[in-house]
Structures are given as C-alpha cells and as structure tokens.
Design a protein around this ligand. Structure first.
Ligand SMILES: CC(=O)SCCNC(=O)CCNC(=O)[C@H](O)C(C)(C)COP(=O)(O)OP(=O)(O)OC[C@H]1O[C@@H](n2cnc3c(N)ncnc32)[C@H](O)[C@@H]1OP(=O)(O)O
Ligand SMILES: O=C([O-])CC(=O)C(=O)O
Length: 391
C-alpha cells in the first residue's frame, strides 16, 4: 500500500461534505505491478505482456504462473504447476455432500460457488497460515477446485452424478469434461482456455478491490475470495455476461428489431449490458479478441445469428451514446455457442479471475496496510435524544 492519494485531515471542515468522485472514479487507491490498462488506447498488459500476445501464445496455467510469480514459467516450472493443479482438483466428500443435499437446485450458481468456496476453508489446515508459501498453495487449491465446484453444482441440479476430475489435461479441458461428462474437442478446449486467459486479471476492478480490502485486514485468503465472488456476481460487474445473453435471447424470442429494442431500452434509461466501462473509453481489447473467437466459432457451428445481432447492438450503442463493448459483451455468445448454461457464464469468469484475485492478495500481503478511506459526512449534527416514550 504505497499510496493514499486523497487524504482528509481528521475532524477538519472537509468532513462536512463528500470530496471523493462518485464511485471512486479515477482515484488511484494503490500501486500494483500486476496489470496495466490504458483505457483511451484500449491497451491491457498482464505483468508487461500484451493481452493479445498472451491469448495467442500462452495457456491459462502459464498466465496463472505469470500473475502469481511475475514472469512466465519455464517448461519445468509449468509442468510442476500443472501437476499441483491436477492433484488439487478433487473436492472433500463433505463439500460434495453439501452440494448434493444442502444446495437447492434453484440456487443461483454464483451463490453456490460463493458458499462452497467459503467452505473450502473448513477443510484446509493451512487456511489461516499467512506465510507466502501457504498462500501460494491456497491460490493453487482455489484455482484447481473452483471448476470442480461449478461443474458438480450444475450436474447435481440437473439430477446427474458429478464427474470426478480426470487428473490430467488442462483446467479448460477438465472443466468441460466435468461439466459435460465427455472430453471436449480441441476447438472447445482452446476457446475455453483463451476465455480463461482473457478474464484472469484486470487491475483494481470491484471484485479485486473487495478482495484486497478484506485481505488488508489480514483476514485469510478464503474470506477475501468469498467476498470477491460476491462482488463479481453483480450485473454491473461480472454478472453482465448473463444479462447480455438474456437480452440477445429476448430479442430473438420476440423477433424484435435489435436497434429498435436498444432504442426502447435507452429511452427508458436502461443500461445495455456488456457496454460501457469505468476505465476504457476505447474498445476493450478483450472484446476484440472475443469477437474474433466468436466469428470462428459461429462459422464452425454454422450459426452467425448471435454475432450479427451483437455487432448491430454494439455499433448502435456506440453511435447513440459513444459507449463501447466490454469483455462481457461477446463472451456471452461464445459460451452460448459452446452449449454452456447461461447462468454459468459469471461462475466461469470467477474460475479465471481467481488467479488475478489471489495475485493481488499476495501483492497486498507483501507490504500490507489496512485499507480504510474516509467518508465525507453529509448527515446532521447536534441532535439530542428524545426519551423513547415521547418519540
Ligand atoms: C467485467 C466487467 O465488470 S465489465 C462491466 C460490466 N458491466 C456492464 O456491462 C453493465 C453495463 N455497464 C454499466 O453499467 C457501466 O458502463 C459501468 C458500470 C460498467 C461503468 O459505470 P460508470 O463508470 O459508473 O458509468 P455510469 O454508470 O456513471 O455511466 C455514465 C453515463 O453513461 C451511461 N451508460 C453507461 N453505461 C451504459 C450502458 N451500458 N448503457 C447505456 N448507458 C450507459 C450512463 O447512463 C450515464 O449516462 P448519464 O451521464 O446520461 O447519466
Ligand atoms: O475493470 C473493471 O472495472 C471491470 C472489468 O473489466 C474486469 O474486471 O475485467
């Protein structure tokens, strides 16, 4: 925590009115070496590497290593991480029991994931060990187990048996295997892997900030990640990818004209999900890559409807409001064409972002300081208590 850029002296006259930009827009709250975003240029770097380079030339496990350790792994370092991840994928039987018997089938999948991740702490003897070595091991465990939780939850709610992790292959392949009960083809695996790379890290977004605030109290990694999952769930953040697909499906079901549908939304002052961003004014570079992935997948599946509808909406909101698409806009159609349930889109985001969240916690704990800003007080003063019987 090297910086506290906007400070209000305790008890000063500045207490009387808020000083901060609404929603902390533009406020630099801390220094971090994990990722860099130039919102005007549409540039994103993880640890100095361009996101397009990483998406093309690395896989999710290499990116996890990069985020945690500061540079890309050698082949032997990657092999070691892969075997640690594979060894940690299975869930404790009590957790499976909880998903089977204590998680109603209509539970929101993000709520199910949030609770299950919190429960992981009960079965981790190192949960409260705050050494870096133990925290790295927990980051690996969380990254390994979260796909298993999401896949088991989805199968159990459909009345199917959970599929045990294969103990081999990539996180992307094993997640699709545990979800569908059959090994994915190379194209589905590559697409899921690239999606995991693209969603892994994004600076001080709301869920990462939430994780760091919790971590900065020196609470444990499971507590911080449970909070981060809660923040990601919201439709203004990771939850937007579900809302994008619901919108596309609604337009399709109604046989509506996409631009008229969007004009109606805008006239009601509704937000078009997957559009707009706190940091990017240019197009989010992840959206460009996901758009290319969607085009290839649409051609492979012989179904260009969702891509064409998305392109129309994106251009229309850009023309009408000057707002660009964000990462959640095209990922929705990509997951849809992979045959994934709509309400699993945000959990999939979490399976990737766990690497960024945990990298930020490791960074936070290297030089920790409690995160505790001030609120500009705008309430009354000088009131006196009227006895209860007289109120
Ligand atoms: C992984 C991620 O978290 S990426 C973001 C995912 N979230 C979404 O896609 C939800 C839709 N987008 C939004 O709600 C916003 O653009 C956010 C939350 C991402 C950023 O919000 P902020 O920086 O706080 O911008 P804010 O909400 O104040 O919007 C500024 C103006 O643009 C408008 N605006 C912003 N986004 C949208 C949108 N998606 N559709 C329509 N109008 C929008 C607002 O209505 C507001 O207009 P006004 O000044 O006339 O009132
Ligand atoms: O940075 C943000 O505010 C939201 C975002 O795009 C992300 O978390 O990937």
């Amino acid at each position: 925590m090297a910086q506290t850029p906007t400070q209000t002296p305790a008890g000063s006259a500045a207490d009387a009115k808020p000083k901060q930009a609404a929603g902390l827009a533009g406020v630099v709250a801390l220094d971090s070496g994990i990722s860099f975003i130039d919102g005007a240029k549409g540039e994103l770097l993880y640890r100095g590497y361009e996101i397009s380079d990483l998406a093309k030339n690395t896989d999710f496990e290499e990116v996890a290593y990069l985020l945690w350790n500061g540079d890309l792994p050698s082949q032997s370092e990657l092999n070691e991480l892969q075997s640690q991840l594979r060894a940690e994928r299975a869930l404790h039987p009590d957790l499976l029991d909880h998903l089977r018997h204590h998680t109603p089938e209509n539970t929101n999948p993000m709520a199910a994931l949030r609770t299950a991740v919190s429960m992981l702490a009960h079965y981790d003897e190192e949960a409260d060990d705050m050494s870096r070595e133990a925290n790295v091991r927990k980051a690996v465990r969380l990254t390994a187990k979260m796909p298993t939780i999401v896949a088991a939850f989805d199968r159990i709610r459909k009345g199917k048996e959970p599929v045990a992790p294969s103990g081999e292959g990539s996180a992307a392949a094993d997640f699709l295997y545990m979800l569908n009960g059959e090994k994915p083809g190379p194209s589905a695996e590559a697409i899921m892997d690239a999606a995991l790379v693209l969603h892994a890290e994004h600076g001080l977004n709301a869920s990462t900030f939430a994780a760091r605030v919790i971590g900065a109290t020196l609470s444990d990694m499971y507590s911080a990640i449970t909070g981060a999952i809660g923040a990601l769930k919201g439709p203004l953040h990771g939850g937007a990818n579900i809302k994008v697909m619901e919108m596309l499906l609604d337009i399709d079901e109604k046989g509506a004209n996409a631009t008229d549908y969007i004009d109606d939304m805008l006239s009601r002052k509704e937000k078009v999900m997957g559009i707009g961003h706190r940091v990017y004014t240019a197009l989010d570079p992840r959206a460009t890559i996901l758009r290319d992935m969607l085009e290839d997948l649409s051609d492979e599946k012989g179904d260009r409807k969702w891509m064409e509808m998305s392109d129309t909406i994106r251009q229309h909101v850009l023309d009408a409001k000057g707002l660009n698409a964000n990462v959640d806009f095209y990922s929705a159609s990509v997951y849809y064409l992979l045959g994934i349930e709509t309400d699993l889109y945000t959990p999939i985001f979490a399976l990737s972002r766990i690497t960024g969240w945990t990298a930020h916690l490791l960074e936070q704990w290297e030089d920790n300081r409690l995160i505790r800003p001030r609120a500009g007080y705008n309430g009354p003063k000088g009131l006196t208590v009227t006895p209860l019987a007289e109120r």
